[in-house]
Write a new protein. Sequence first.
Lengths: 265, 391
Amino acid sequence: MGIYQDLFCGLNRAALIPFFVIGDPDEETSFQLIKTAIDAGADVLELGIPFSDPVADGPTIQKADIRAMKAGMTPKKALALIKRITDYRPIPIGLLVYYNLVYQYGIERFFSAFKQVGGTSVLVADLSIDDAEEIAPAAEAAGLETVFMVTPNTTDDRIQKIAKYTTGFIYTVSLLGTTGQRSGLSDLVEPLIERLKSLTEKPICVGFGISTAKHAKDIAQAGADGVIIGSRIITFIEDNLGDTDTMKKQLKNYIQEVAKEIARP
Amino acid sequence: MKQKGRYGQFGGFYVPEVLIPALEEIEAGFEQYCSTPQFLEELDTLSRTYAGRPTPLYHAKRFSEHVGFQVHVKREDLLHGGAHKVNNVLGQGLLAKYMGKKKIIAETGAGQHGLATAMAGALFGMETKIFMGSVDVARQNVNVHKMKLCGAEVISVSGGTCTLKDAINDALRYWTGHIDDTFYLFGTAGGPHPFPMIVRHFQTPIGIEARQQCFEQIGRLPDKVVACVGGGSNAIGIFSAFINDPDVELIGVEGGGKGVDTDEHCATLVKGSVGVLHGAQTYLLQDENGQIHETECISAGLDYPGVGPEHAYLKDSGRAAYTAVTDEQVLDVFELFTHSEGIIPALESSHALAWLVSQKGKLSKDTVVVVNLSGRGDKDVSIVEQHRPML
């Protein structure tokens, strides 16, 4: 079994997976915040390397990318920061990255460097299953698990193909759109989780548009193995720039609240 | 997706999973409708009676005298809307209609594609949204006003560098959330498959007509075909008909801005390296980490750090050559061409003309060069005035 499968089987609740843009708002604060999330009960980390043109992301994560890039974050520095994190506490880390960054680094070189700093899985946001061969062999060679996205409009045939290539978990996009907070949970997500469960036994983690602890609870109750929360977490940074203590405090409270909500009775 | 959309190693469809069904739908719609007699007849009628095709091939004699060889100008500037962009929007707009879409979106740089899409939106009775970088909104305000008059909503994009690439980013993001009822009418022969194929297809009349006109008016094929290249739709439109004529040289001219050895240009094929942006593997202007560069060019229509994948392939295969001219060369020829021919060329098209001037004294008098005058320069008069005030 893979690292994620082991972890999900051993948890008494859906895995809590916060997302951070590495280096947002700067390298040191980013490290402090990720440490806070781990201490508060995060089970897995989903980390993004900032990119100049993040087409899958809404305004909150776009701004986080810009902050991190302005503060000097690069793929190389991101790998060094991941090393600091895994040195602090071994925790599964999924990387969410745009293809051009990996492409320029060199696919095999990048994957092997990410594995060396303690990385667990890779998801390339703008590489679909049709081109999985461009990264899957390199991921396997590096000892990384693969994560691919499924969206509410993905056909059953494609889901089966995606499941075949997935060795980590299926990143299940809850809605048709980009990342970002929404007031309500998409009504497309529960049918999608049901459809996935009928087609594959691969773990399912749900992300995009999950903002409140109640959303997370509903997703967990619908049968997801993990809940990925991005933009909501990043607003703790955006709203408190220059005030790391408040960021940490709000982040800690929020993670603890979500952890409590998604706990299985 | 049925096809891979590759041009050699270039092209493909590198997009988030959510967009795959939308691209598949367009690929299927293109295959299903675009070669049916009904579609062809409707497009042909619109091309003739609405857009103004065929466009003439004009022998620019006074300009020819100046450069010392024979310059024949494909007059896409005479089309409705003032540029070749109308060819693409009529084709894709009709496709959207056949596919039952009620809403269209588009990105725009100079505003020519935005204006053309707004016209198509009015023509086909579709709700239209145009995404345009805030920098471009400011420098092309006449086109913005025209788009609004056609009933389109213009969305000013303030992310990133506030130019064409950011307009594409935001149009893609919007499309992600509205794929059910919205057709993304892509403006250039770039982006993810099937757009490079579709845009090329609807721009091929430029080359087909020009080749035919060369035989009729000159009695032979030209020696060179020259076009400006931003994303590359007008260039692929005119090149396509000549690709299998090995003796015809194909030359694409990019925006050299303040010079290709400075950081302020948009000469992607001349100075870029291979990467993946906006759904395609192609040449890009980027840093060593793969972050996309800001570009700088006097012409908003060329101000883009990527390029259509077929041009990347034509460059690597050696079938076409790509070069760049500076803003100063462009301004010089804008004045020269207008003064010698009474035709105001778009700053984009002026790049192709500027390359001709750079060949002065290098080509024999009977050399025949066809240049694609992809658009008219009325929209650029105030920009030129800022750089070269008339006293």
